[in-house]
Ligand binder design. Sequence first.
Ligand SMILES: [Zn+2]
Length: 171
Amino acid sequence: MNCSCCNRHIKHPYHWDGKVYGKQCWIKHCLPELEAIRAQQDDERLQKRIITSRIYQEVFKQKKVRGIKNEFKLKFIPSIINQVKKGRMLSNKQMDLCSRMFNDKDYRLYFTLRVQSGLDDPVTHLMNGQLTPDDLEITNEEAAKLVITYREIPATPEAIGSTINEHEWSL
Ligand SMILES: [Zn+2]
């Protein structure tokens, strides 16, 4: 077996893109490509986390807090809105807590915004009954802004840091 790059005989083949390479050629030619793909995937994950944080913020902004008596919730909701406003993403734990405070109306807005932002496929939500066609026709100013800014949000070091240093929240 010969390296598809330098044609030298190889004992231990490395595979990439349907071809075989010797170790040195693989490191030189294939690894940078592999790393570029990984970096792009990381960037996409980051973008998704940023937009999801903004969706939680938007749902909480529209949530009617008048009926809420629980003191933790009354503090938590504005703190989430504020954190995202400052450009810091939410941790998984925070997102989980947000979801647990959602009522049916909040969930509909949440899924609608996910669809409008391009994170979710509308068909899935329509099929499992999480959204109706009427929900998807909601044209709200904030949702429109969210869609437009999806690709424009910069991944600031601060935003990245907030996923590493997860905030501790207790109910
Ligand atoms: Zn080679």
